[in-house]
Design a protein around this ligand. Structure first.
Ligand code: ARG
Length: 493
């Protein structure tokens, strides 16, 4: 269609297949139809196109909204979805259809479609992420008293609770929700009216098209408008950071579900078995999710690498950024949905976790703290005494629950030459994991009431974020109604 003017030769079919974006930009179909509508409404309002011609175009566009992409020829004979749709409109509406591209280019058109899709994508991703955060918080809330060893260096360190542990991930993921919420502000700007690169001499009203498409503002510089994809890099970066957390959660749950740990059991519906070993229960969803985080990291690097070194303004390289971005969002959103289901349905083996807190002297720090408080010794001295005690206990096979004040005194004498004379109750309490957990009431600590407050705080933040997602979705839906009403009023006039 557009080649007939400038180019003598037909498109070679292998060149067409190589350069066409239609395989992936069909995902822009609906956005493109809405962008067409908004542009045409504005052209009529600005008296650039008359109502009669606009009406013919609107009838075709309205049909397209109902039929979907299936109505147009999306073979790679067309360079992209924009050409396929325009060809269809011209076929159906005749010469009037040829007026649609007045004061517009595919450069600002695709930039606009992509930002509309990115808005929806950020909201989709955010909703998937709120699902995971709320699944983590719900389990955390139920298990604020379920003991679990806290690890550092992957070695048992101190007793904590499942509630404390899982809400750590929730806090981190809430920061990612904040990042997405913030990124949305920079996506939500309209490039339409920039045309190919320097705008146009038609008296376009850019604020009006932005409003009709529900954008909060316009991109002010037309060269920037057609060439900026930094929002994709920003969202891909947020997605990569989310994927770091996804991979950590998957890894941990895989380790927890081994028979060596047995801290959790995955729901049967979320596990697979072996084709040869009938006893196996494999955590395939978690493994696949862990592997797919690679697509988010790869996606971010690909987006950045394609954007680097591009001179102003539109370059066809930009077309290649889109599918990478789409795939990254799809992959991470679906991973989040599945991971939420795994978390919500996993069985917590409280007894095993509790037992894991009973040996290994996880409460050694607490005993040292008690010695400091009761005997006013420097923490370093108390640390040495408890170190000696643990070493003696291990060599003599004494469990923490069997340590008496006499045993503590032996260790104290070996370090300072003096006994401590603590009561047996004090020693036993200091070495009891639940007592140590309940004593950690500092902000951010594992004491059940502290975790319960923290979880409640996270639920509040989640509710605020969910409200902001809903408001944005409502805004988009409302603008769509406004746009369709503007189309109708032109059709009726
Ligand atoms: N398919 C193209 C893309 O995704 C649309 C813009 C084409 N513009 C051009 N001047 N060839 O970027």
């Amino acid at each position: 269609m557009i080649r007939d003017g400038r180019l003598g030769k037909k498109f070679d079919s292998s060149v067409a297949a190589f350069t066409s974006s239609i395989d992936f930009d069909s995902a822009l179909f609906e956005y493109d139809v809405l962008t067409d509508m908004a542009h045409m409404v504005m052209l009529v309002e600005q008296k650039i196109v008359d109502r009669g011609d606009a009406g013919k175009v609107f009838s075709v566009l309205k049909n397209l909204l109902n039929t979907g992409a299936g109505a147009v020829d999306t073979s790679s004979d067309f360079e992209d979805i924009h050409m396929a749709i325009e060809a269809y409109i011209i076929r159906e509406a005749g010469d009037a259809g040829g007026r649609l591209h007045t004061g517009r280019s595919r450069n600002d058109q695709v930039a606009c479609d992509l930002r509309m899709k990115a808005r929806d994508d950020v909201l989709l991703l955010s909703k998937a992420l709120t699902g995971l955060v709320s699944a983590l918080l719900e389990v955390a809330e139920q298990h604020s008293l379920t003991l679990l060893p806290a690890y550092t260096h992957m070695q048992r360190a101190q007793p904590t609770t499942v509630g404390h542990h899982l809400s750590a991930y929730a806090e981190s993921l809430l920061r990612s929700l904040d990042r997405l919420e913030d990124a949305y502000v920079r996506v939500d700007l309209c490039p339409l009216g920039a045309a190919a690169v320097t705008t146009t001499s038609y008296p376009l009203n850019r604020e009006r098209t932005a409003e009709l498409l529900g954008f909060t503002g316009v991109l002010r510089n037309s060269m920037d408008a057609v060439s900026s994809r930094d929002y994709m890099a920003e969202i891909a970066a947020a997605t990569a950071i989310i994927s770091v957390d996804i991979s950590r959660i998957c890894e941990e749950l895989i380790v927890w579900s081994t028979s060596e740990f047995s801290f959790i059991e995955l729901d049967d519906s979320h596990a697979s078995t072996s084709s040869i070993m009938p006893q196996k229960k494999n955590p395939d969803i978690l493994e696949i999710t862990r592997a797919r985080t690679a697509s988010a990291f790869g996606g971010l690097i690909s987006v950045l690498t394609m954007l680097r070194s591009l001179p102003q303004s539109y370059n066809r390289d930009l077309q290649e950024v889109s599918p990478v971005f789409f795939n990254t969002i799809d992959s991470v959103s679906s991973s989040l949905v599945l991971l939420s289901r795994v978390v919500a349905s996993m069985k917590i083996n409280s007894d095993v976790m509790n037992a894991a807190c009973m040996d290994d002297f996880l409460t050694a720090t607490e005993l040292a703290d008690v010695i400091v408080r009761k005997k006013d010794l420097p923490f370093r001295t108390a640390h040495q005494i408890v170190g000696a005690l643990v070493s003696q206990a291990i060599s003599e096979g004494v469990m923490p629950s069997s340590v008496t004040t006499g045993f503590v005194d032996r260790a104290a004498e070996s370090v300072t030459g003096e006994k401590l004379g603590l009561s047996d109750e004090v020693v036993t309490a200091a070495l009891t994991p639940l007592v140590a957990v309940e004593a950690r009431r500092v902000l951010g600590g594992p004491a059940p009431e502290v975790v319960e407050q923290a979880v409640a705080h996270c639920f509040d933040r989640l509710a605020q974020i969910e409200q902001s997602i809903n408001l944005r979705e409502e805004g988009i839906n409302k603008s769509r109604k406004t746009l369709l009403a503007a189309v109708e009023s032109i059709l009726e006039a």
